[in-house]
Design a protein around this ligand. Structure first.
Ligand code: DQA
Length: 158
């Protein structure tokens, strides 16, 4: 693990969970695609999965590419792993990819919907080039699976 990790004096490892644009609308936004769960439900799931595994969650959402890049840069010293649903920035943002490439811990990419059977333009992910693992099509459960696996990886690396 890098110097950005748990050894940086934190009592428990921190997973920064970043949600990209329009995910604040979860629950009312295209429920036939994304379901009825809200972003609060996603946050609760992440926290409930992380707590018994001894991991802390720093949960955020932004519609701004610039803000997301700032958070990723700060994670170099403020987090041990990143779980990101880049949403609409997945297929457009080389800048988010470049920021992620500066992060030394595990990076998990998560999508609620199954991109592989959606529109062609959603199939390209720049973020995947920096990802340790990717999970898509499990609904919001994917966040829980990702947090559990990240906790396991951080424990192994400690
Ligand atoms: O906003 C989103 C959400 C999404 O990342 C998902 O979680 O399924 C899929 C993206 O294509 C879309 O732009």
């Amino acid at each position: 693990m890098s110097d950005s990790a748990t050894m940086a004096g934190r009592a428990r490892p921190v997973v920064l969970v970043i949600n990209g644009p329009n995910l604040n609308m979860l629950g009312t936004r295209q429920p036939e695609v994304y379901g009825h769960d809200t972003l609060d439900d996603v946050e609760r799931l992440c926290r409930e999965t992380a707590a018994p595994l001894g991991v802390e969650i720093d949960f955020r959402q932004s519609n701004s590419e610039s803000e997301i890049i700032g958070w990723i840069q700060s994670a170099r010293t403020g987090a041990d792993a990143i779980l990101i649903n880049p949403a609409g920035f997945t297929s457009t943002s080389i800048a988010i990819l470049d920021a992620l490439l500066t992060f030394e811990g595990p990076i998990f990419e998560c999508h609620i919907s199954p991109l592989f059977r959606r529109e062609e333009f959603r199939h390209l992910s720049y973020v995947s080039k920096a990802a340790t693992a990717k999970i898509e099509g499990f609904g919001i459960s994917g966040y829980g699976f990702a947090v559990a696996r990240i906790a396991q990886l951080l424990k192994q690396a400690a």
